[in-house]
Design a protein around this ligand. Sequence first.
Ligand code: C5P
Length: 315
Amino acid sequence: MHDTGTGTDTVTVRVPAKVNVQLAVGAARPDGFHDLANIFLAVSLHDEITATPAETLRVTCAGPGADQVPLDRTNLAARAAELLAARHGIAPDVHLHIDKDIPVAGGMAGGSADGAGALLACDALWSTGASRDELLEICAELGSDVPFSLVGGAALGTGRGERLTPLELGAPFHWVFALADGGLSTPTVFREFDRLTPDAAEPEASPDLIEALRTGDAVALAAALANDLQPAALSLRPALADALAAGMAAGALAGLVSGSGPTTAFLAKDAESAEAVAAALRGSGTCRAARVAVSGVAGATVLRSDRAAGRTSRR
Ligand code: C5P
């Protein structure tokens, strides 16, 4: 069995949110998923996951929207601990505490971030020696966006989004995120996409967009931003159009729904402009809050590890 130690062992991992700068969606597959060309950027809104040995697997959560986060085994953090433990013959007796800053059910991969973060934290706590490829495989099992939460930076996701190709980033971009009240369910948004798009085309990554990322050209990136789920999110939540209009009126280069929404994302030309767009959005009455962030940040990263040597034992 895993030794519960003296309570001094603890590992904290920081994990970024994501924005999809291109989300090209194909027709529904027989397994219910959709083939995607999904270009992810990691952005500087983070959750922190702390893993501490415990009598049994337990999840707690604090921060904005924490009351909407499930604390049972459906939480991706709990599932990550169970999957890793099962593969390595370890009892998943761990307390996972999530310090939330990524909007809950906001289309910014907050749940996926917690899955990737818990996986990395438990891996460090238990010294499993799992390879990066094994961790990525577990991430893909947890959900389509989870591998990107581990990797960060910029990447193209194909298949259902889980097969990643890293992309070059010439410079950080400046973003504003307008947070909406309540969440949107990803499966519901995909179903609305199916209803609105009976003849979905084969998804293809945009060469112009990849080039804009490589050169760090915000104006070119603004022209290439595209989210096939946006009409579905707007159909389910028409008020998001008001937030998009408010951000554009405030001087954003472009605005789009982030992933399946309801967060809206605005690309600004520089940090100063991002602050101005955020201030205008806060005063517009079209969103709950507005946050600035930069893109291209690292994926899941161990921040603190106070693991005493030799504490972890196998069963
Ligand atoms: O992979 P993940 O569990 O995050 O996906 C959540 C839901 O989003 C899926 O159950 C499915 O309804 C939808 N989805 C999809 N096609 C994808 C990714 C997600 O239809 N490529």
